[in-house]
Structure formats: C-alpha cells, structure tokens
Design a protein around this ligand. Structure first.
Ligand code: FES
Length: 161
C-alpha cells in the first residue's frame, strides 16, 4: 500500500470511524463496513489498525472479514462485474459468459485490472433467473446475455472515462 497523502487521509478517516464506534458493543461490523466504504476493500494494514483501535486480536478481525461475503480482502474496480453462476444462469451458459470476461479482462475471478477500472467476481443467484444468464456491473443488470453481447457491453465501458 502506498504512503501517499490520500492514504494518510484515509487512515485519519479510519481512526475517526474507530473512535466513533469503539464504545459500542459489536463495534467491529459497523467499523468494517465504514472502513470498506473508505478504502474500497479491507487490506491487512486496515484490519491491523481496526484490531488495535478496538482492542481485538487480528485473528478475530480476519475471521469476521473472511466469514461475511460482503467484505473484500482484494481491491475492487470502479466497475464491479459480477457474473451469476446460480443454477438457472449456469444452465443458460453462464460459464461461457464468464469465460468471455476472463479472456477480455485477462484477470482471474476475484481480481482487479491493473488500472483499477474493472474487477471480476462470480456470485450465486441474484433473483433474476427469468433473465438468465445475468451479469451485474455496479448497479446495472444485464440479462439474456450472449458472449457477443459481452463484447458490446465491454466496448461501451472501455469508452467510459
Ligand atoms: S441463477 Fe442467476 S439470477 Fe438466478
């Protein structure tokens, strides 16, 4: 993690978050949520600061971070791609859709592109089985996808920014 000014400011914010919650019972979960809002994910240094600030062991903090799927140990992209691998999507070709993203982004599932633009994850059913196979990119939902449509969607996102 770099030592730039921005990171210092984020750690100052984190200290304020810890101070705000530390007298509460069960402070760990809200602190982790707010810390993830600030950093985008929960790297080792952030977990260590939280453990120190709340007087908890690293094992406890790490255990909670890895238990709940909403917490991430890895950096996420500005565009978070999630390919549904639930049964309905799987039957309708989600594997080919995922393969298309893997080939296009040249990263593994769970990783982020080096420029921080895209991250790729798979997930379980998101409750839109009628649209299978389904992919979400941030809050956008894309349904009845084909590998060709993945190229079109990615072309659009590549042009953004
Ligand atoms: S299985 Fe993909 S939305 Fe339900």
């Amino acid at each position: 993690m770099c030592n730039c000014k921005e990171m210092e400011m984020k750690f100052e914010q984190l200290d304020q978050i810890i101070d705000k919650h530390k007298a509460e019972r069960g402070a760990l979960i809200p602190v982790l949520h707010e810390a993830q809002e600030v950093f985008g994910y929960l790297p080792y240094e952030v977990q260590e600061r939280i453990a120190d600030g709340l007087g908890l062991s690293m094992a406890k903090v790490y255990g909670v971070v890895t238990f709940y799927s909403q917490f991430s140990l890895k950096q996420k992209g500005r565009y978070k791609i999630n390919v549904c691998m639930g049964t309905a999507c799987y039957v309708k070709g989600a594997n080919d859709i995922l393969g298309k993203f893997l080939g296009r982004l040249k990263i593994q599932v769970g990783d982020c592109t080096p420029d921080g633009k895209f991250s790729l994850d798979s997930c379980r059913c998101i409750g839109a089985c009628g649209l299978a196979p389904v992919v979400t990119i941030n809050d956008e939902v894309y349904g009845r996808l084909t590998p060709e449509m993945v190229d079109q969607i990615m072309d659009e996102y590549e042009r953004k920014e």
